[in-house]
Write a protein that binds this ligand. Structure first.
Ligand SMILES: Cc1ncc(COP(=O)(O)O)c(C=O)c1O
Length: 364
C-alpha cells in the first residue's frame, strides 16, 4: 500500500516545527514569513461571483464554461501579449500544484525519461518526476542539459524561491533550444503579474515563441494575483497537441474545478483593478522588509519579482532560521528548495501590514 508514498521525499516542513515553537513564544506573537499563503481578503467582486453561482447542482466540465475559456483567452492576450489564443489553447486546472505533481504521469513519462527543473526550485517539480518514476535533473542553464531522454523541461519565471526573472532573450534562446531537441517546455508563470524591478515575460509572447505555441505550455494560477489560494483556481495555456490529450485524461480522472470557482475565475480574470491594489500592498511590504533585512546585515539576491526575498547572512540557512526564530520571525530555510540554497532563507511577503511592521521593529 505504501509503494507510491515511498517514492516521495520526507515532507520538509516538519523540520521547521521547533523553530515555529520558538518564534511563537515571542511575547508579541509570531511573524510567520515562511509560507507564501495570501492573507488579504478575497476581493468582493470575486466573492460575489462565487456566491451568485452557489446554486450549481449539476456536474461542471473539466474544460470549463465557454465564459471561462473566453475570459482566459482574453487575459492571455491583454496581460501577456499572447496572440491568436483560442479555446483549444487553454485548459483549467484545480490549482497549479496538482498539475505540477501529476503532469509527468499524465504525459505518460516513466523510467528512462528525464524531467528537468531549476537548481533552486519549488519542490513539487521533483515530486512529479518521482510519482511517475521518471528521472529528475536540476539545471543552471537548461540549454547545457543533455537532451537525450529529456521529455519535460520546467521553467519558472518569476522564480520561487529566488524571485529571479528570465529575460525575453533567455526565454527565446531556451524555447529555440527545446524545440530543436524535441523537448516539451512547461513554463510555470504563477507570479507573472508580480514583477517589481523586472517586467516578467511569458513564453506565450510572440517575441519569445515566433508566433507559434508548438512545444510550449504556460501554467497560471489565481492563488497569488487574486488571493484565491483557497478556491483552487489555475489554468494552462499553449500547444493544443499537448492540452488535448491532457483534457481527455483529466476528464476520465474527474479533475474539474467546481462551477462556483469557475464563475469566480471569470470575475477575477476580468478585473485588473484588484490586482493593482494587491500589488501595492505587496510592494509596500517588500520595501519595508527589504530595508529591515539589509539594515540587519542580510544580503538579498535576485528577488526582482514574486512574493519572496531571497536573503543570506553567508551562514548555514538553519543558523539564520534559528536567529530569526529567536526574534519571533519564522522564515523558510533555503535548502528546502535544493542544496544550492544552503546559505539562504526565503522571506515571504504574505503577512499582514501589522505583522510586517512587527517584523521590521524586531529586526531594527
Ligand atoms: C512556483 C509555484 N508553482 C506552483 C505553485 C502552486 O500554486 P497553486 O497550487 O496555489 O496554484 C506555487 C505555490 O506556491 C509556486 O510557488
Amino acid at each position: 500500500m505504501s509503494a507510491v508514498s515511498d517514492r516521495l521525499p520526507v515532507f520538509p516542513w516538519d523540520k521547521l516545527e521547533p523553530y515555529k515553537k520558538t518564534a511563537a513564544a515571542h511575547p508579541d506573537g509570531i511573524v510567520d514569513l515562511s509560507v507564501g499563503t495570501p492573507v488579504d481578503p478575497v476581493p468582493d467582486l470575486i466573492q460575489k461571483a462565487l456566491v451568485d453561482a452557489a446554486d450549481s447542482p449539476g456536474y461542471p466540465t473539466v474544460w470549463g464554461t465557454p465564459a471561462l475559456r473566453d475570459t482566459i483567452t482574453g487575459w492571455l492576450e491583454r496581460r501577456l501579449g499572447a496572440r491568436d489564443v483560442t479555446h483549444r489553447h487553454v485548459l483549467p486546472i484545480v490549482g497549479s500544484k496538482e498539475l505540477v505533481a501529476w503532469l509527468p504521469t499524465q504525459l505518460g513519462l516513466g523510467p528512462g525519461d528525464k524531467v528537468a527543473f531549476p537548481r533552486l526550485a519549488y519542490p513539487t517539480y521533483e515530486v512529479g518526476a518521482r510519482l511517475a518514476r521518471a528521472e529528475h535533473i536540476a539545471y543552471d542553464d537548461p540549454t547545457e542539459l543533455d537532451p537525450a531522454g529529456l521529455k519535460l523541461l520546467w521553467l519558472n519565471s518569476p522564480s520561487n524561491p529566488t524571485g529571479r526573472v528570465l529575460s525575453k532573450e533567455e526565454l527565446t534562446r531556451i524555447v529555440a533550444w527545446a524545440r530543436e531537441h524535441g523537448v516539451l517546455v512547461f513554463s510555470d508563470e504563477c507570479y507573472i503579474e508580480l514583477g517589481w524591478e523586472a517586467a516578467p515575460v511569458s513564453v506565450l509572447h510572440p517575441d519569445v515563441n515566433g508566433g507559434s505555441f508548438e512545444g510550449i505550455v504556460s501554467v497560471h494560477s489565481l492563488s497569488k494575483r487574486s488571493n484565491l489560494a483557497g478556491y483552487r483556481a489555475a489554468f494552462l495555456a499553449g500547444d493544443p497537441d499537448v492540452l488535448g490529450p491532457l483534457l481527455e485524461i483529466r476528464k476520465h480522472g474527474g479533475m474539474m474545478t467546481s462551477a462556483p470557482t469557475q464563475a469566480a475565475v471569470v470575475a477575477a480574470l476580468g478585473d485588473d483593478e484588484h490586482v493593482r491594489v494587491q500589488r501595492e500592498r505587496y510592494a509596500a511590504r517588500r520595501e519595508a522588509l527589504r530595508g529591515a533585512l539589509l539594515a540587519h546585515g542580510f544580503r538579498i539576491e535576485h528577488s526582482e519579482a514574486s512574493l519572496y526575498l531571497w536573503a543570506t547572512r553567508d551562514e548555514s540557512c538553519w543558523q539564520t532560521v534559528a536567529h530569526l526564530a529567536d526574534l519571533g520571525i519564522l522564515v523558510a530555510p533555503g535548502d528546502f528548495y535544493g542544496p544550492a540554497g544552503e546559505q539562504f532563507v526565503r522571506v515571504a511577503l504574505t503577512a499582514t501590514d501589522e505583522r510586517v511592521r512587527a517584523a521590521v521593529a524586531r529586526l531594527s
